[in-house]
Design a binder for this molecule. Structure first.
Ligand SMILES: O=C(O)CCC(=O)C(=O)O
Length: 265
């Protein structure tokens, strides 16, 4: 299986419209890949909180249109990263879109863990409530977005729902790059799954982005890692390695579910 991870640069100097055109062009160039992945909020930038309201779009808005067409032009499964979704009956959401090679929407995932504590995304957006997996011919994807990476129970839930390849679409800041790499590898090892983690390059809203998109196998080995700048990371991997790893080292079978807190403090 071949995956292309598009670590696009998100900088204020470029308009959203121009970046959308460029992203669509980069997706088209990946014809022949099985899976193409874009990062979180690459239209506005994950930290451009002031732009969220202005750039919010309905689910089937301009980014949806451009990405559906790019997926079908390239004939690839496309995780199109996330958009600021304006729900007509509710708040804004940080919503990831996955398209099939015919350009149909296969899944939408609303980010569950919002970043910012008591500001930014955490107050500007609503929280998703549903885990989302997507069945591809070669593997089952489990979807997550950026800050979700810090919450291992979300990934366990995805694995319980059948995920074998955990996709992390992110706009992770350079300041915490060490956490990004460490947590991505931990999620791969503990879940005996591939991790395909796609971040952004560039600087927006004064926040330099980490880049360093990374693809990790179920044993925790790094198959490919990007640098800091804009880059398309292309990697081949064997999806059967998930079943083989889980069989050879069946740690997931030793889970002790329903542990109780201590009886005495
Ligand atoms: O958890 C982090 O350090 C970064 C999270 C983040 O930037 C986000 O979720 O947008």
């Amino acid at each position: 299986m071949r995956a292309s991870v598009i670590q696009i640069s998100v900088d204020e100097g470029e308009s959203v419209e121009s970046r959308r055109r460029r992203a669509a062009g980069l997706v088209r160039e990946q014809a022949g890949a099985d899976l193409v992945v874009l990062p979180e909020l690459w239209t506005t930038g994950a930290f451009a909180y002031d732009d969220f309201g202005r750039e919010a779009e309905p689910l089937e808005g301009p980014t949806y249109e451009a990405m559906a067409k790019a997926a079908s032009d390239a004939g690839v499964w496309l995780h199109a990263g996330s958009i600021v979704e304006r729900d007509p009956d509710g708040p804004l959401y940080n919503t990831s879109l996955v398209f099939s090679p015919s350009g149909d929407l296969a899944a939408a995932y609303r980010k569950i863990h919002r970043f910012g504590f008591d500001k930014g995304e955490a107050v500007l957006m609503g929280a998703g409530a549903e885990l989302v997996t997507v069945r591809l011919p070669q593997t089952t994807l489990g979807l997550s977005t950026c800050y979700d990476l810090r919450f291992p129970e979300l990934f366990r839930g995805l694995v319980d729902a059948g995920a074998e390849t955990l996709v992390v679409s992110a706009g992770w800041p350079e300041r915490r790059r060490a956490h990004w790499t460490l947590l991505a590898r931990a999620r791969a090892v503990e879940n005996q799954s591939f991790v395909v983690a796609c971040g952004t390059a560039g600087t927006h809203a004064g926040v330099p982005q980490a880049g360093h998109s990374i693809v990790i196998d179920p044993w925790g080995e790094v198959l490919a890692e990007a640098g800091a700048g804009e880059e398309v990371l292309t990697v081949e991997f064997d999806p059967d390695k998930v079943a083989a790893t889980r069989e050879q080292f069946p740690a997931l079978k030793d889970r002790m579910l329903g542990l109780q807190p201590p009886l005495r403090p």
